[in-house]
Write a new protein. Sequence first.
Length: 161
Amino acid sequence: MGLERLSELLRKGMMIVGGVSLLAITLLATMNVALRIFHVPVSGSYEVVSFLGAIVTAGALGYTQKRKDHIVVDILSDKFPSKVKRVLDRVSYLLILVFFSIVSWQTFVYGKRLMRTGELSETLKIAYYPFVFLVGIGFAVLALTSFLDLIETFWTREERN
């Protein structure tokens, strides 16, 4: 299995996890609002929505990077020649790769510490290290996608002005 194929599977898997989390947030919020009518709100809904919201965001990182859907400010770079743009892309992908590799690594370090200490959430007493690990995976998938984007800048043909 090639690295691009592995990256694609990880991106799709994280998107599915993020999508299921978004659906769970929607259902929980709806249920919480409906039950508040009867003065019986869902206990710990804020905690669960916070955990799942982190998963939704982390799940979309790699996919969004692959589609180039992140916000890009290219007012100046549009005026540059294609060779300069390519160099800027390489620098950008390298910075993203390094930064989010470190973020992913430190997120896993934090998750391992939470797992070791047995820290639980305040209201529901849920071990939240699995959520932290999923966020770490999301950052790792983003870093892998940026690495593949960086490699691609060396292999694609030079664009003509």
